[in-house]
Design a protein around this ligand. Structure first.
Ligand SMILES: [Zn+2]
Length: 319
């Protein structure tokens, strides 16, 4: 096995014991180099069971799982890796019930909580901002476009901002390309409170490189974005007759998200944690062209052991 098992046979052959699994996590955790949190020294030992690392200089100890999404879990590391394999290699993901059955867990809640943490790991897995031509818009999940109520929102519906990076389809008119000359390449999605300037500008700056061209409508929430270093191509919302004509790629993404939530989660997701589901969808969508399922597993393990602080971690306290 190189960095990751290419298929299920390689997975069960190489990660069949807890110690093999801990060794695998250890290597990925320090794949960019170890640095002692106390003295900065670059070499360590581990104990025999590989449950912690010890700095060779100052003897500071750090638990293998400290700061990872597995921290404080009572489940064996091997159970976690099997969960990560199932979660990442199923094309559309896996429900908590199905995970519980596959792992033979007694409690549904443990399976649910594992999936929640794996979605956080997906959000952590490194990602580049979108760039080039990017279509953006905001749509209510489970509903249709804003109508006359834009920016206010109702209690039940969840507003989601979507950015879709487009790539040119070869051919077409090079001088006057239209929306049909582009296809979706990568996306970002964020659950936002409302369609205000603060929320929309924040979403754009977090997810799209400066210098990109935003394809958008003329909603006031986007005004002033030129001063932040973005170019805009503006649709006149009043001229389009259907949602699809306005922002076709954004609407396609939203319909795929809706269909995925219906298919994998039977339409029932915890709305307070909608953002983590959006991270899962984005992770899968942006890597759908990956050659090997094992690659997705590897990216997920990298996300799971990375120790970047993340605001979604706050949600775990409520679990
Ligand atoms: Zn040290």
């Amino acid at each position: 096995m190189s960095n990751y098992p290419k298929n299920y046979i390689e997975f069960i052959d190489s990660l069949s014991t807890d110690i093999e699994c801990r060794k695998y996590l250890l290597n990925i955790r320090w794949e960019k180099g170890y640095a002692c949190v106390q003295c900065g020294h670059g070499e360590y030992w581990t104990n025999e069971e590989i449950t912690y690392c010890i700095c060779r200089k100052c003897r500071h100890r750090i638990s293998l799982l400290a700061g990872t999404v597995m921290q404080d879990s009572k489940l064996a590391v091997r159970v976690w890796l099997v969960a990560m394999w199932l979660f990442s290699t199923q094309k559309d993901g896996i429900s908590a019930k199905s995970l519980q059955d596959n792992l033979g867990l007694r409690s549904y809640r443990s399976a649910w909580s594992m999936l929640h943490k794996l979605r956080i790991a997906m959000a952590r897995a490194g990602r580049e901002p979108l760039s080039g031509m990017v279509e953006i818009g905001e749509v209510y999940i489970g509903g249709t476009l804003e109508g006359g109520k834009r920016g206010r929102g109702t209690e039940k519906k969840q507003l989601v901002a979507v950015a879709a990076q487009l790539e040119r389809i070869p051919g077409g008119n090079p001088d006057k390309p239209s929306a049909r000359d582009y296809r979706l390449s990568k996306i970002r999605a964020k659950h936002i409170k409302n369609a205000s300037k603060a929320e929309l500008h924040g979403f754009i700056k977090e997810n799209i490189s400066k210098g990109s061209t935003l394809i958008r409508d003329d909603w006031a929430g986007y005004s002033g974005i030129g001063d932040e270093g973005y170019r805009s191509e503006i649709y006149k919302a009043s001229k389009a007759t259907t949602d699809d004509e306005k922002l076709p790629h954004v609407h396609l993404v939203i319909s795929l998200i809706n269909r995925w939530i219906l298919g994998t989660y039977q339409g029932s997701i915890d709305e307070n944690n909608l953002q983590t589901y959006l991270e899962e969808f984005t992770f899968r969508f942006n890597r759908k062209a990956s050659h090997s399922r094992g690659w997705l597993f590897y990216r997920l393990v990298q996300g799971a052991v990375s120790t970047k602080p993340h605001p979604y971690e706050l949600l775990l306290i409520q679990d």
